[in-house]
Design a binder for this molecule. Structure first.
Ligand code: PMP
Length: 400
């Protein structure tokens, strides 16, 4: 018998080597208590959270929590069914209405996660004989959506406008084409040149899908994302998003103005063949999305936090993923996985949690400490965060 697990041996060995240095396992941390969007108890210690996707800090919003409790009381703990059978409750309709209002678009379809939204929409709309043209650094859910469908896949160099154009020009003019982009790329926190890329896509007869998972609620005048900020949202055919970041719960969605969009509810397998979100989740999401429509003060404060952290880390001598802060994500580049894990642990001992990211999730084989800011981080907390980075960086020799 061939052990089907032998393919995992290199990873098992790499993990064993890392853990044998005595470092805390960076991938099995437990949040023992969560006190607020920015503070939790980890290993018995009060810890500032700088590695969540809670950009707008909605997880402890009073109205959001009240809506969830009320729905739990009135509708029970789960729907036990698919959206197309018994799993569409009033709340699912309400959250789709909230999304249509938030994006000012005609259609909204809610999935059980953002992962499933990409999986479902991409695999369903691009079929045999069609082409998907995607940025090489696309999220795993985009790649998995491509794998699940029957379209031809063409990747282009990250954020490279000319490479996109070259690839598009080589394709048969009459073929169906879907260009897939992200507003903010989550590993380095860099923003896509959507304006130019969408113009080129349209000139070459392609439809455009933009995943705005990391920009919703924060970027753009109304928080609709990078496409809004760059003035091209009307040219985007499909926006994919998630409730697991700024919205503060779980779920995914696609919004669109395509006149035939509603047919997807019958043909999109990751929508049909899975249970719908619990009533409490859609109630919290709808309340949060409606509150995010009036979030301009929070958005301004989050930008201040992002700028202050970026400047502070650069002044301390850390190498960052972007020259300027472009989003709420600031990536600190580590020399290698071992020293990245040491620095991650040193920060945790200082009472600061960040994400340790490493290949294959990261581009170019990089190990990153990913910091993501929250609109609820105070200016004092950002100062405290910088102090902890300085102490941990000096202790591990990452900075001089
Ligand atoms: N798209 C992008 C760009 C993401 O970063 C993520 C999650 N990190 C997703 C989609 C999936 O979202 P969800 O957590 O709702 O599955």
């Amino acid at each position: 018998m061939t052990d089907l697990f032998s393919k995992f041996d290199p990873l098992i060995e790499q993990r064993a080597a890392l853990l044998s240095t005595g470092v805390t396992d960076p991938f099995s941390l437990v949040m023992e208590k969560v006190l607020s969007p920015t503070v939790a108890i980890c290993n018995g210690r009060e810890t500032i959270l700088l590695g969540t996707y809670n950009y707008m800090g909605m997880t402890f919003d009073e109205d959001v929590i009240a809506a969830g409790k009320d729905a739990l009381d009135k509708f029970g703990s789960g729907t036990t069914g698919s959206r197309v059978l018994n799993g569409t409750y009033q709340g699912h309709r309400e959250v789709e209405e909230a999304l249509k209002d938030f994006y000012a678009m005609d259609h909204a379809m809610v999935f059980s996660t953002g992962y499933q939204a990409n999986l479902g929409i991409i695999s369903t709309i691009a079929g045999k004989g069609d082409y998907i043209i995607l940025d090489i650094d696309s999220h795993a859910s985009i790649y998995d959506g491509c794998k699940m469908g029957d379209a031809e896949i063409v990747a282009f160099r990250h954020n490279d406008i000319e490479a996109l154009e070259k690839r598009l020009k080589r394709l048969p003019p009459e073929a169906g084409k879907l260009v897939v982009l992200e507003g903010v790329y989550s590993m380095l926190g860099d923003v896509a040149p959507l304006k130019e890329m969408i113009r080129i896509a349209k000139e070459n007869g392609a439809m455009v899908l933009v995943d705005e998972a990391h920009s919703m609620g924060f970027i753009g005048e109304h928080g609709r994302g990078v496409a809004e900020a760059q003035g091209v949202i009307d040219d985007v055919d499909f926006i994919i998003g998630t409730f697991s970041k700024s919205v503060g719960t779980v779920g995914g969605f696609c919004v669109s103005n395509h006149p035939k969009f509603e047919i997807l509810r019958l043909v999109c397998r990751p929508y049909v063949f899975t249970a719908s979100l619990p009533p409490s989740v859609v109630a919290t999401a709808a309340t949060s999305i409606r509150k995010l429509m009036h979030g301009s003060n929070k958005r301004a404060h989050l930008w201040e936090n992002s700028k202050a952290l970026h400047k502070g880390l650069r002044d301390l001598g850390f190498t960052l993923g972007t020259d300027e802060p472009q989003s709420a994500i600031i990536a600190v580049i580590m020399p290698d996985l071992e020293r990245g894990a040491m620095m991650w642990e040193a920060l945790l001992e200082e009472g600061l949690y960040v994400n340790l990211a490493r290949p294959p999730a990261t581009p170019a084989g990089m190990t990153l400490l990913r910091c993501s800011l929250c609109a609820e981080h105070s200016a004092d907390q950002v100062g405290e965060i910088l102090g902890r980075f300085e102490r941990a960086g000096k202790r591990t020799g990452i900075i001089g």
